[in-house]
Design a protein around this ligand. Sequence first.
Ligand code: HAM
Length: 422
Amino acid sequence: MPPIKAVRGVRDILPAEARRWQRVEAAARQTFEAYGYRDIRLPLFERTELFARGIGDETDIVKKEMYTFADRSGESVTLRPEATASVLRAYIEHGFHVQPKPVRLYTLGPMFRYERPQAGRYRQFHQANVEALGETHPALDAEVIAMLLDFFGALGLADRLELHVNSIGDAGTRQAYVAQLREYLTPVQDRLCDECRVRLTRNPLRVLDCKTPHCQPIIEKAPSILDSLSPEAARHFESVRQCLDTMKIRYVVNARLVRGLDYYVRTTFEVLTGELGAQNAVAGGGRYDGLIHQLGGPADPGIGFAIGMERVVLLLGEDDRPPAPLALLIPIGEPALRRLMPVARALRRARLAVELAYGDRKLPRELEHADRIGARFAVIVGDSELERDQCILRDMRTREQRGVPLERLAIELAPGQAHDES
Ligand code: HAM
């Protein structure tokens, strides 16, 4: 029988890599919680309609990338391609809008998009997602961006990343800009890539985001969205920038940063890296005033971002060393094994990582094993040690060994640590 392999575009996170994930998750939780964000855990699938209405019918995500299926009752459900729509659904459903504003929420977990898999792009991937709801003040935009950078700082990655910011204005003025952009692009459409020609009819803003080299000269000369902001949107953006400046945050104003989801207004931003090839966005987000209302809730504004956790883990590199136990406990024979079982349990309860052999192999084989797993000490109990309720404590590096009463073992193994003798 041939073995069954994982589905294309998904990946297993093996134990060595999982340690890096734990670092990333811990950095996210600690950073977000210091800014007052609270953990919210949401279902992995929702009614399809939520994403269609939330993300936009004309986006690549909704048009081509959703895992949608009819459940057994015939209802159309979709594996979440992003978390923002779900967070807002929960915000509305549980009446969060009566809480003091802004309501600050974060969630970590898998998302699903049927994209063409490549390095840094998967069909099941993970995001650390943050939303601040119910406040329009530009200082909040800057604070959210500062928090994002602090997350990267906590992992020592800040110097390897670049922050890009933009304002795409309000829904009303954007229509005028899109018309202007279409007017500019239509006469030169023959020189655009196939995909951009389709975008030109469906969603011209996305042309600005194209990575194809021969589209670049055309995109570079396109009219800037920043020239068509309303006075209010321009003031908002100016104020966001001033707030970033007061925090000494370095950024690039990138008028072509339009994002792939339809719900954004005003501030948009991305954190980019030059180290991961085409998949250069490590995080992205922006303001989405109007979306909560569009999803059937109050007219509360919002802003947030999501970090692509696979990409962060890739940037952290591969320094994973398997964790080594402090000691291998080696009983020689069955009675010694029985004596060491409660000893091993007490050590583990004191948070000392030890392994226990089974007493059925010769001592030299067990010492070899202790070396292979990188144990710092071997704790050996044979018949004569058992008689005196002692063990031989062997330092695997120096090969020195001495007798130690079993009741003192925890103190000898970890002298600096407080031990509960019970
Ligand atoms: P997004 O730009 O679609 O935004 O995704 C955010 C990040 O998720 C990307 O910058 C990237 O690092 C990662 N990502 C996206 N697709 C994949 C994939 N197929 N494989 C690996 N990583 C991927 C959003 O999802 C918005 N909901 C962010 C947001 C929250 N805006 C406001 N609040």
